[in-house]
Design a protein around this ligand. Structure first.
Ligand code: GTP
Ligand code: MG
Length: 281
């Protein structure tokens, strides 16, 4: 099997890694890299033509890391150029613009493109992905909220950061955590370290939240037919314990009408209801 892990080096010795950026055109990939490497922001849009390449050195614990950054063009026109650059990568910076829903929805397609180019023997489990929800300075135009982005990223085992290449917010923390995770991965024999964030979601929790978010009404939210009786709701959940305990069912059923009468569902009700449903002891 192919491996992305660079040849083992002694601790303390230098390490060379390859990092690529991915995401739709104009989401800010090049600006994020420039902000970190050159400490500046370019407001004029200069589309990347194919690939931009740069080398930088960073220090992680006692190791000097030489980072080869391949900044990819997001425009579909450059597919033929960038498809050569996916292999032998240890880290991916996956960027979307919080004001462009399309760019968030496109993240799955970017992963699919990478998977396809790596081929059947390529392994994406030994790559560190960091998702950058970029342009958070444009709060007025924001249409993808933090919980949605974080959920998508963490349910896949990816890191998630809110960033602004313009103000610099989140950029240093993002790169620092990203590089530390890559070094941990290299020192861990190529296995992605488990995320220790208490805010992270399991796949089951993420699927539940996604279903709730996309449900058309409150019955759909519970996954039962409209007008279902209490017994039917009970029955629908009993095989899937531990979703609702008997002790907590009255609480969630009390909150449920609140969800019905406050459409669109406010995030407060959704959170309360969700807590009662999923995290009930
Ligand atoms: P391609 O190279 O075409 O794939 O685009 P890209 O993703 O590299 O985008 P780029 O970094 O060139 O930025 C696109 C535009 O968004 C530029 O006009 C930037 O100035 C602007 N931009 C990038 N990041 C931010 C940000 O955090 N906030 C704001 N307000 N604008 C940003
Ligand atoms: Mg670019």
């Amino acid at each position: 099997m192919e491996t992305n892990v660079p040849k083992r080096k002694e601790p303390g010795r230098s390490l060379r890694i390859k990092v690529i950026s991915m995401g739709n055109a104009e989401v800010g990939k090049s600006c994020i890299i420039k902000r970190y490497c050159e400490k500046r922001f370019v407001s004029k849009y200069l589309a990347t033509i194919g690939i931009d390449y740069g080398v930088t050195k960073v220090q992680v614990r006692d190791r000097e890391i030489k980072v080869n950054i391949f900044d990819m063009a997001g425009h579909p026109f450059f597919y033929e150029v960038r498809n050569e650059f996916y292999k032998d990568t240890q880290g991916v910076i996956l960027v979307y613009d919080v004001g462009q829903k399309d760019s968030f929805d496109a993240l799955d397609a970017w992963l699919a493109e990478m998977k396809q180019e790596l081929g059947p023997h390529g392994n994406m489990d030994n790559i560190i992905f960091v998702v950058c929800a970029n342009k958070i300075d444009c709060a007025k135009h924001r249409c993808v909220d933090e919980s949605e982005g974080r959920l998508w990223a963490e349910s896949k085992g990816f890191l998630y950061f809110e960033t602004s290449a313009q103000t610099g917010e989140g950029i240093n923390e993002m790169f620092q955590t990203f590089y530390v995770s890559i070094v941990d991965l290299c020192e861990n024999g190529g296995k992605r370290p488990t995320t220790n964030s208490s805010a992270s979601f399991t796949k089951e929790q993420a699927d539940t939240i996604r279903r709730i978010r996309s449900s058309k009404d409150s019955w759909d939210m519970l996954g039962v037919k409209p007008g279902a009786s209490r017994e039917e709701v009970n029955k629908a959940y009993s095989p899937r314990r531990p979703l609702v305990s008997h002790r907590w069912l009255p609480v969630s059923l009390c909150l449920f009408p609140a969800c019905c009468f406050t459409r669109p569902i406010s995030s407060m009700w959704l959170n309360l209801w969700f807590l009662a449903m999923v995290w009930a002891p």
